[in-house]
Design a protein around this ligand. Structure first.
Ligand code: ZN
Length: 307
């Protein structure tokens, strides 16, 4: 093999650099129907694209929000996709009539998952019994139309596993979105073949047996990992005092510019996703490109997002 010329090497390095500067990532969960974006959604989406967020899944958390999320996918085809579901907080709003509407929203090709659905015993905005009933309805829907299930779980690990277990023979792929549990819980989910979605919660987690442990110990296989902002929530506070120095050092100037210029605790944006990817990479002791590539590939494949 001929030796590479200095020019070739330089050209190669330049290409690598560009690749690094332009992490291509997919945000599998952003609440873009939130009223916080009603005045400047166009700019929010443009910024996300400039930051390298190529596609965004808009979370449907109620029948109304799912309808609105679907509407947005028609305004930004090929960039936005939606989910259709009823958040456990909203379980109490369930009616048979609105359910039929949700079922028809879920059939659309731009709607790529059923959810956000699940159990939240942390806040119990809806009665646990109500939550379980509405969760089951959505699992059945996902089984019937074979679209992935986008799941929210807070302080309800055992019940969630048990309920999903009842459907194990028919279950489509399951994503535990915005995972905030212990590494032991994550292992149980991975054992069932579920995917794990990580957010800026990473900065908030101060425990020594949670999300960080998962990453440091390389417990999540790269083919089960997905990334999301959960915007406007879950602002990745890269200034958190407990964030290790090597993780802070792993953040690029470019991603910090997007984060600090456009995102706040009150209103996170999808353009913060590259910063999250860089932190995950630093915790896992891997290159950000590797995390970007695997999580994008997983999202494209799992949700069937068109290229
Ligand atoms: Zn959630």
């Amino acid at each position: 093999m001929a030796a590479k010329s200095t020019d070739d090497i330089l050209r190669n390095e330049k290409a690598m650099e560009q690749c690094y500067e332009n992490l291509i990532v997919i945000d599998i969960g952003a609440n873009l129907t939130n009223k916080k974006y009603s005045r400047d959604l166009d700019s929010v989406i443009q910024r996300a694209k400039d930051a390298g967020v190529q596609k965004i899944m808009v979370t449907g958390t109620s029948v109304k929000a799912s309808k609105e999320a679907l509407r947005l996918t028609r305004i930004y085809p090929g960039t936005l996709y939606s989910t259709a579901g009823i958040h456990p907080h909203d379980a109490k709003s369930y009616t048979d009539e609105s359910w039929n509407e949700l079922v028809s929203i879920a059939q659309n090709p731009e709607c790529v998952a059923v959810g956000e659905c699940g159990l939240d015993y942390n806040r119990n905005f809806s009665e646990p019994q109500e939550q379980r009933r509405v969760f089951r309805k959505q699992i059945e829907l996902a089984c019937n139309i074979q679209k992935p299930l986008f799941v929210h779980e807070r302080d309800a690990h055992e019940d969630l596993l048990e309920i999903l277990g009842e459907y194990s023979s028919r279950l489509p792929p399951v994503v535990i979105h915005c995972f905030t549990g212990t590494s032991e819980h994550a292992l149980n989910y991975l054992d069932k073949g579920f995917y794990i979605g990580l957010t800026g919660y990473l900065c908030k987690d101060k425990s020594d047996k949670g999300v960080r442990k998962l990453l440091v110990e390389n417990t999540i296989p790269l083919d089960r990992l997905l990334v999301e902002t959960d915007a406007p929530f879950m602002y990745p506070n890269t200034r958190a005092s407990k964030l290790p120095v090597h993780v802070k050092d792993g953040l690029s100037e470019r991603s910090m510019t997007f984060l600090h210029r456009y995102c706040t605790f009150q209103r996170n944006e999808p353009c913060s996703l590259p910063a999250i990817v860089e932190m995950i990479a630093a915790f896992m002791n891997k290159k950000p490109e590797e995390i970007a590539l695997s999580t994008s590939f997983n999202a494209l494949k799992l949700f069937g997002l068109s290229q």
